[in-house]
Design a protein around this ligand. Structure first.
Ligand SMILES: [Zn+2]
Length: 109
């Protein structure tokens, strides 16, 4: 058994991968229960802090959209803006890799 993953909201152990939502808040990846994420992060705080799930279906869809938009910006725009898009993509990718290595891979199924 590897290290326990503790939910940021209710401070209980997250047992299953299906129940885990990792969210980035100010470039810090935090683990939540699926239920706790809906209760805490998507509420009032998300108005002020941009956060979004990094894993699961919605995380994968948002990453795919980010990837497509970055590639489109990189191919069809000139100058500085495409480097901003590239930096954003690199940041998003690293947050997901970090979230996977730190939390998701320790959980079964
Ligand atoms: Zn929780």
């Amino acid at each position: 058994m590897s290290k326990p993953i503790i939910c940021e909201q209710c401070h209980k152990v997250i047992e299953e991968k299906e129940d885990l939502v990792t969210a980035s808040i100010f470039f810090r990846v935090k683990p939540y229960h699926y239920f706790c994420y809906g209760k805490d992060v998507r509420g009032a705080r998300s108005v002020f802090f941009t956060n979004h799930p990094l894993n699961g279906l919605s995380g994968n869809i948002s990453y795919l959209l980010t990837l497509l938009m970055t590639v489109a910006l990189f191919l069809f725009t000139e100058g500085f803006i495409k480097y901003i898009a590239l930096v954003y993509l690199i940041t998003e990718t690293s947050l997901r890799i970090y979230g996977y290595c730190t939390y998701s891979r320790h959980l079964k199924i």
